[in-house]
Design a protein around this ligand. Sequence first.
Ligand SMILES: *Cc1c(COP(=O)(O)O)cnc(C)c1O
Length: 306
Amino acid sequence: MPMIKPASKPDLQHISDAVFDKSGLEVFVLRLDLIHPGISGNKWYKLKYNLKEAIVQGFDTILTYGGAYSNHIHAAAIAASEYKIKSIGIIRGEKVEPLNPTLQDAQDYGMELHFISRSDYRHKNEEHFVNELKERFGNFYLVPEGGTNSYAIKGASEILDEIDIAFDWIITAAGTGGTISGIISRLDGAHNILGVPILKGGFLKEEVESLLFNYSGKGYTNWQMNDDYHFGGYAKFNSELIDFINDFKGSHKIPLDPVYTGKMFYALYDLSRQGHFPKGSKIVAVHTGGLQGIRGFNDRFGNLIH
Ligand SMILES: *Cc1c(COP(=O)(O)O)cnc(C)c1O
C-alpha cells in the first residue's frame, strides 16, 4: 500500500495575553495548521483513515463534495495525490473562471472538478443521485461533504495524542461536528470540551450526540456547544471579527482564517473576559487550519485579512 507522508507532530504554543492573565487562564494553541505543507489542519486527520479504507477496499478513485472555497475539497485533492489515488470533486454552484485559488490548487493536484447546480447539490446524499454519478464516473469510494463519517472521527480522535501537558479545557471550531466528536470520544469523559459552531441554527449539539452514539455507543456530559459566535452563519463576518483576526496575528504571529478559527478564537477571548472558564484553568485551543481559504476570501472581499 502506498504510504501517505506522515504529518508532523503538531506544535503546542503557549500564548500570553492580558485578557487571559486577568482571568487567571493559561492558553495553549495546538497548531494543526502546521502539520503538513499542503493539507491544513483537521482535514488531514479526517481524511487519513478514509483514504486508507478506500485503498484497502480496492478503489482507485475517491469522490467527494464541497463548496467552491472548501477546505475539505482542497485537502482531499492533496491527500488523494499523495496516496496516488484519483479524486473527483463535485462542486456546488456554477463554474467560475478563472478558478479561485482553492479550486485551482485542487485541480493542480489532479482532482477532476465537476460543477453542479445548488438544487442538484441538495440531492447529493440520495442513492439514485450517487448511482448516477457512478454511471458517469465509474466506481468510487465516497467521502461525504466535510469528510465526516466514522473513519473521520477515528482520525480526529488522534488529534490530542501528542499533547504532553495537563489541561482542563479543549476549545475547537465545529462545522459538521466530526472533529469535536473525535476529541470527545478520545477524552472519554475527562476534562471539558467546548465547541464553537460556525454555522447558524443550533443543531450541532444533537448532531454530535448522534455522531458519538453511532461511533462508540456512548454519550458524554463533559462537553458543550456555544452558539453565540457564528457571526450570522457560514462565512459571514463583520469588521469586529476581521479586526480581531488581524490584531491576533499582530500580537501572536499566528494567522487565523475568517470562517473557522477566527470565530473560535474570538469566542475564546470573549468567554474568557466573561469569566466562563474557572480561574486557574489551562485551555488548549485547537487551531484547525483553514488558512488556504484566506486567499479566496481576500479576493472576494478586498484584502481584509493581512
Ligand atoms: C472543516 C473545518 C472545521 C470543522 O470541522 P468539522 O469536523 O466539520 O466540525 C474546523 N476548522 C477548519 C479550519 C475546518 O476546515
